[in-house]
Design a protein around this ligand. Structure first.
Ligand code: SF4
Ligand code: SF4
Length: 152
């Protein structure tokens, strides 16, 4: 199983150059035991778009890429937050580290959202998150450009 963003990133890049992008994405999503929702979010983030998992994920991703549907903000949440993620002063680690008050935490539903008008993409919350729930899409801008040039 692909265990981290960089492994997925390398696999997606290789698939792009070997011209088997769709097939490889489907293979990744079909791996036994894989978290399809989280992995789809990672792949979509790598491509610079926001597409949720469905049975039609690969086609939805292709459509979003064709439409050049790049979304903001650059910081993406790729998984739900564990309930135990609360720092001593009652804030989560990402909340505590954000000086711009850009992180909204829904403790009931274990969700974090980023207020894109406040976020300056400093990346501190990514480093602060012990659970690797947040991801910076800007790392993958070269891939976004490559993919948007093709009609895959
Ligand atoms: S990237 Fe920086 S400004 Fe944006 S939410 Fe994270 S810590 Fe706050
Ligand atoms: S993004 Fe990370 S630090 Fe923030 S609430 Fe979720 S798990 Fe905790």
């Amino acid at each position: 199983m692909l265990s981290n963003y960089h492994e997925i990133f390398k696999t997606v890049i290789k698939a792009y150059y070997e011209d088997n992008f769709e097939e490889k994405l489907q293979q990744i999503l079909d791996e036994p035991g894989i978290d399809k929702i989280k992995t789809s979010r990672i792949i979509a983030s790598l491509c610079g778009v926001s597409v949720e998992y469905s049975d039609n994920f690969v086609n939805d991703l292709k459509r979003a890429l064709k439409n050049n549907d790049i979304t903001s903000p650059i910081i993406n949440r790729i998984a739900d937050c564990p309930i135990e993620c609360i720092e001593t002063q009652g804030k989560t680690f990402c909340e505590a580290t954000c000086s711009f008050d850009a992180i909204l935490v829904d403790k009931t539903n274990h969700l974090v959202t980023i207020n894109e008008t406040k976020c300056i993409s400093c990346g501190f919350c990514i480093e602060a998150c012990p659970n690797k729930v947040l991801m910076d899409r800007s790392e993958f801008i070269p891939l976004i450009k490559h993919l948007n040039k093709r009609s895959c």
